[in-house]
Design a protein around this ligand. Sequence first.
Ligand SMILES: [Zn+2]
Length: 127
Amino acid sequence: MDPISPLEQALHAARALVLADLMAGQVAEPDVVSLVEKSVAQRRWWVEQWPEGAEFVAGLVAQDVQDALLERYGRWPLCPVCGSGDPHALDVEPELGPDPHWVCAKAGVKVAAVGSLGGAGGGPQPS
Ligand SMILES: [Zn+2]
C-alpha cells in the first residue's frame, strides 16, 4: 500500500485548515465548501508543477477562498481585533510562504495561524 504522498498531505491539511476557519466564522455552508474544493483542485495542479511549494498551499487556498467569498458574500474573515471603524478583512501573511497567519493590516497584528481563527477569539464578537 502506498503511503499518502506529501503533496496529498499538504492539500488535505490546507483544506482542513481553511474549512476550520470558515466554520469559526460560521460560513461553512455547502456552496462555500465547494469553493474550498475548487481551490484545492487548482492548487493540486499548481503544486504538482512545483512540489517545493507544498508548504505554501494552505496560505494560497486561504487567499483563493477569501477572493471567491469577496465576490459572492463579502469580506472574510472579518477582523476580530479592531473594535471600531469600518469592518475589514484579515490578510494572509506571508502571501507565498510556509506557516501562514491571518493578520490585521490596520492594527499590524497577527491574529491567528490559518486554521486557528476559532481558537483565537475569531468569529462573531458580542456587540
Ligand atoms: Zn483590524
